[in-house]
Design a protein around this ligand. Structure first.
Ligand SMILES: [Cu+2]
Length: 183
């Protein structure tokens, strides 16, 4: 039993990738987006939620694979709207009241800046990536992504301050990947 489990692990050669992302000023990058895009495509039918409460989108930053349906429930006492310009595809979910929800499937990779036409202070970022291997960093700038098969990947990091970087790498093990972000 143990032998077969070990063999299974060896044949699949999946890595757990982790590391720390730091901003150009040396501080940890909180809510930076990390993604590894290789030959594995995301499974269709993913779901995510960007809530609306206290005139704020929550979470402020999220990352989803292409094909994900994002729900935008209104859990506030006022009407909200959701609109964006998304890789030349505009969508506008209209104005809707407390206790209702609207959703949108995000089908193209890229950054969707989510806005509300009623409250100009409301803003959220949804990064759409063409890979299942993506994560957000925590307050220490740390990320972890498990189950990544060996292979060649394009690695991208993005932070709402505008700091970002991208490079290619071969993954074949659990070595940490620590990235300083450049402006
Ligand atoms: Cu609003």
């Amino acid at each position: 039993m143990l032998t077969s489990l070990l063999l299974l692990g060896l044949t699949r050669l999946e890595s757990t990738l982790s590391g720390t992302v730091s901003l150009p000023n040396g501080r940890p990058a909180y809510q930076a987006i990390v993604s590894f895009t290789g030959s594995t495509r995301p499974k269709p039918g993913g779901k995510a939620v960007v809530d609306q409460k206290d005139r704020t989108f929550l979470p402020h930053v999220s990352v989803v694979p292409v094909g994900t349906r994002v729900q935008f429930p209104n859990n506030d006492i006022v009407f909200h709207n959701v609109f964006t310009e998304f890789n030349s595809t505009k969508f506008d979910l209209g104005n809707y009241p407390k206790g209702t929800s609207r959703s949108q499937v995000l089908t193209r990779p890229g950054l969707a800046v989510i806005l509300c036409s009623i409250h100009p202070e409301m803003c959220a970022y949804v990064m759409v990536v063409d890979t299942p291997f993506c994560a957000l960093t925590d307050k220490k700038g740390h990320y972890q992504i498990s189950g990544v098969p060996s292979g060649h990947y394009k690695v991208t990091f993005w932070h709402e301050s505008g700091a970002k970087t991208a490079f290619d790498t071969d993954i074949a093990g659990n070595a940490p990947i620590n990235i300083p972000l450049k402006k």
